[in-house]
Design a protein around this ligand. Structure first.
Ligand code: FMN
Length: 338
């Protein structure tokens, strides 16, 4: 399996969202969640600016890198580089439907070519000791998911894949945008459960439309892991429940206020090294959902946090707006009771 126990709960790879600062922020909310990078192509790893593409902070562990590609040798080379950077797992993208990715013959269209995906996995496995996992769909276009998912799973497992993460819907490669491909093809969780029943010894994680930790727990009765994407990004406070509810360990922080305070040194380091506050706070806009002051928090970060000179005081002032709004509400309640 992914030897990593954290496989039980992960935050999905999301382009432009799960960058290193997002992951560092998520890490203060959960010690245990496995965090995935954005997809990076094998060629970018080999030929690109590695510090920019692969650099991460030690606080982020456990962290997995997701690779895109379909050339076994290039993927193997990239995997070696990623393992040397300290990633805990290499994940291969067999789920992205974008035109650019299809043009490069990787991502979801590889659901049609299990044998090639198997060669990619085998090439990476031959070169690295860390787990190599595959994130796929249940099928594409007119494929029958009963056949397509089993064919892909069997091929990559025979090649040595350590675990499977299944986005429980098809991708439609013509006519839908990547965004529509995350919502329109219907979810079929039962198909993923059946995969797990057929492969009891293989770690299987389920992904797609999981909105809460309660829902995640329901899935964990059927499969080994859950992967949350948008819900974790858009409502990061749910990650505070991961350690106690999913792993039976104390939460790292009592609430979002405490987590943000603990995150300040990371933010300060980033600013001291010439980075901008917004690089980090753009990932924090989903905090305090539905709470009084949440809009003022977001507005303050969106207007003040984007200024080049913005520093920690901007983040503190934004948080203060929530504290004050909550205090006002409490005072109002107390006055009503009195
Ligand atoms: C903004 C965004 C970017 C994404 N980028 C990737 C990616 O790079 N690699 C990948 O495998 N999936 C990517 N996905 C898909 C997610 O990993 C996940 O499979 C999908 O959002 C369904 O899970 P969810 O309903 O929990 O969000 C992306 C999703 C979003 C919203």
């Amino acid at each position: 399996m992914s030897k990593n126990q954290s496989f039980r709960f992960s935050v999905a790879p999301m382009m432009d969202w799960t960058d290193r600062h997002c992951r560092a922020f998520h890490r203060v909310l959960s010690r245990r969640a496995l965090l995935y990078t954005e997809m990076v192509t094998a060629n970018a790893v080999i030929f690109g600016d590695r510090e920019r593409l692969l650099g991460f902070s030690a606080v982020e562990h456990p962290v997995a890198v997701q690779l895109g590609g379909s050339d076994p040798q290039a993927l193997a080379k990239a995997a070696v580089i990623c393992a040397a950077w300290g990633y805990e797992e290499i994940n291969l993208n067999v789920g992205c439907p974008s035109d650019r990715v299809q043009g490069g013959n990787f991502g979801a269209c590889l659901m049609r070519d299990p044998e090639l995906v198997a060669r990619c996995v085998a090439a990476m496995k031959a070169e690295v000791a860390i787990p190599v996992t595959v994130k796929c769909r249940i099928g594409v276009d007119e494929q029958d998911p009963e056949v397509a998912l089993d064919a892909l799973a069997d091929a990559v497992l025979a090649a040595g894949a350590d675990a499977l993460i299944v986005h429980a819907r098809k991708a439609w490669l013509q006519g839908l945008s990547p965004k529509e491909n995350r919502d329109i093809p219907p979810l079929d969780y039962d198909r993923v459960y059946r995969l797990k029943q057929r492969l009891p010894d293989v770690p299987v994680s389920i992904n797609g439309g999981i909105a809460s930790i309660d829902e995640a727990l329901g899935h964990l009765a059927q499969v080994d892991g859950v992967m949350l994407g948008r819900a974790a990004y858009q409502n990061p406070e749910l990650l505070l429940e991961v350690d106690p509810v999913i792993f039976g360990e104390p939460a790292q922080h009592a609430d979002a206020f405490a987590a943000i305070e603990a995150f300040e040194p990371y933010v300060a380091d980033h600013l001291a090294s010439g980075g901008r506050l917004h690089d980090i706070t753009r990932h924090m806009l989903g905090l305090f959902p539905g709470r009084p002051g949440a809009r003022a928090f977001r507005r303050h970060l969106a207007t003040e946090g984007v200024k080049p000179e913005a520093d920690l005081s901007v983040l503190r002032a934004a948080v203060d707006k929530v504290r004050r709004a909550e205090a006002r509400r409490e005072a109002g309640r107390a006055a009503l009771v009195a």
